[in-house]
Write a protein that binds this ligand. Sequence first.
Ligand code: SF4
Ligand code: SF4
Length: 430
Amino acid sequence: MRSHFTDQQRADPVIAEASRIFTTCVHCGFCTATCPSYQILGDELDSPRGRIYLIKSMLERGEAADKTVVTHIDRCLSCLACMTTCPTEVNYKHLVDHARVHIEKTYRRPVLDRWFRAALAKILPYPKRFRALVRLGQFSRIFSFMMPRKLRGMLALVPSGGLPKPFRPENPGRNTQAAKVRVAVLQGCAQSVVGPEINRATWRLLTEIGCDPVAPPDAGCCGALTHHLGREGESQQQIRELIKAWETAEAVGGTFDYIVVSTSGCGSTIKDWGRLMENDPDFAARAQNFAARCRDLSEIVAALGLPPHLQNRTHPVGRRVVAWHPPCTLQHGQKIKNMPMDLLRQAGYDPIEIGESHLCCGSAGVYNMLQPEIAGQLRDRKIGHIKHAAPDLVASANIGCMMQIKSGTDIPVFHLAELLVGDVSSEISR
Ligand code: SF4
Ligand code: SF4
């Protein structure tokens, strides 16, 4: 695909990179076959190829984003299935990131949209505020019939019942083995509120495999959520704060061998920190340093190995058939495909792949709140495949996907860490 930027435009490193990426697209359209928004909507402008055209045209004109571009970019899930499919390795991720930042800077959304997006950015990355919001959501459910469809969709995702107690680990955790691997563990903003049991299982699993986990109390958000909203400045500030928190912890207790993340959405973003901070002279190298040490939990477990007592366990009701739902941020964002299923097999489960496992479940960060109708259709399609596979359990590696799937089925949904460490209490013995 030829681009037509002026030399002056190319002097901007963002445009220079985008221009280079455009030339790698050969218009073949293979990506449309695996794009969830195209599968649902059937509009070329809701496909990767169509969006690439829109982004190119917007950046070439050098003008403010218009409603058409915003509509079709907003419908993109950033699931990156297109990048897995593309034969010429077009870096769609970087293009859509540039587009989102450009939209945020140049397009004035309707006032309710602006407030809603601002509220998401100001609440979700902060566990105390998020906890209060979930409680408010639970209370508001009785009035949901009076609410607009978008809010009703959001309330459907709010977990029912009381929120679980926060996980407060012994920090640092101490394993009993001679070889120590010191790791920083990201607790995850949403996960620490609605899924602290995942953090508990992750902590246990890490100590069982020979790690000393550390979760610095002032470690906050990795910047993923605001990044996906195109709020570049806020995202970069959150990254700086997290880098400082980890550096402080390293100064006190020693260097981390790895940064371990059990929410694949956050892991995918941290692994890209080097690029996200490349224009910050104070933080570029520091961000890259942490990005290079970032590992998904499955990578660490596979590298250090499941200890014998966690292998080939007989579960209370025989071997359990587990439908593995690979989060997009794991399979497409981090290119981790078979490792989690191999680990489940080692632990004594029967993991199975479900139909269309490459397709997003519709969660996609805050996509299910911003585009509830498309997200709902994707969720129902995913649930249909899960039901067809008839598993005993569903496993995944991202709290957003887990909540999305839980909202559509009674089949128990667990995080990989919980199943590997056997920390699934009553549900697995039902
Ligand atoms: S598969 Fe790749 S090269 Fe082909 S149209 Fe899509 S982005 Fe372009
Ligand atoms: S990121 Fe996902 S939704 Fe967006 S264009 Fe690529 S495949 Fe389609």
